[in-house]
Design a protein around this ligand. Structure first.
Ligand SMILES: Cc1cc2nc3c(=O)[nH]c(=O)nc-3n(C[C@H](O)[C@H](O)[C@H](O)COP(=O)(O)O)c2cc1C
Length: 193
């Protein structure tokens, strides 16, 4: 089989970060399928240090967005990088919702006691986004959502204990349209024969 007909590679290459969602709900069955794909990721010493919070409450997501926005804006105050400056302009708009008003947010949390927790959870997150894409469901990892970590009330409402850290807040939903592929750099490779 040539690479062109390989559906796994095709799925990897066509996944996009979706920033516009329809109102269509993602079923709990589909959410379980997505999380199940996540937990099949590799992890250091097979520690599987993840824990998931599924948020389908739009009021809660709006509150989280309002909490996180000013924190990222403050962090980007001195930013000069083009992408960061563009994102800052979006953030400054009153109506901008960091979770894009998506129907569901799944937060991947990692157990702080685990040495490779960031790598493990990132692999889990990518599995989830790829699984969703193969099911026609779009996603976007919203790193900005990590700022909820400094809000004890939100953490309590979400059932997040101090043992766990927010690593990958990811929104899921049906895309309004497939985003175009952003430029991808050619890989720099050193070949050693
Ligand atoms: C760690 C991480 C954090 C990210 N945080 C955000 C974010 O806060 N908001 C956002 O809109 N996109 C966020 N993204 C999505 C990236 O902007 C996106 O992956 C990148 O532009 C490449 O586009 P693609 O995913 O369609 O290939 C994040 C992605 C990663 C991996």
């Amino acid at each position: 089989m040539g690479v062109e007909e390989n559906s796994v590679i095709e799925n990897i290459k066509t996944r996009r970060s979706v920033m516009e969602y329809t109102d269509r709900e993602v079923s709990d069955e589909d959410i379980k399928t997505i999380i199940d794909a996540g937990i099949h990721a590799p992890s250091g010493f097979n520690s599987q240090p993840w824990f998931f919070v599924v948020v389908k409450n739009r009021e809660m997501m709006k509150r989280m967005s309002d909490h996180c926005k000013p924190r990222l804006l403050a962090m980007l105050e001195e930013a000069t990088n083009d992408a960061a400056v563009e994102f800052k302009k979006k953030l400054e708009k009153e109506e901008f919702h960091i979770f894009y008003d998506a129907p569901v947010l799944i937060i991947v949390l990692g157990n702080n006691a685990d040495v490779a927790v960031d790598y493990d959870c990132a692999l889990c997150a990518e599995n989830m986004m790829l699984a969703a894409h193969s099911m026609g469901i779009g996603s976007c990892w919203v790193g900005t959502g990590c700022f909820i970590q400094d809000n004890p009330e939100i953490l309590e409402e979400l059932g997040i204990t101090p043992d766990y850290r927010v690593i990958a807040p990811i929104v899921f939903g049906y895309p309004v349209k497939e985003p175009e592929e952003p430029p991808k750099k050619e890989p720099e490779i050193v070949w050693v024969y």
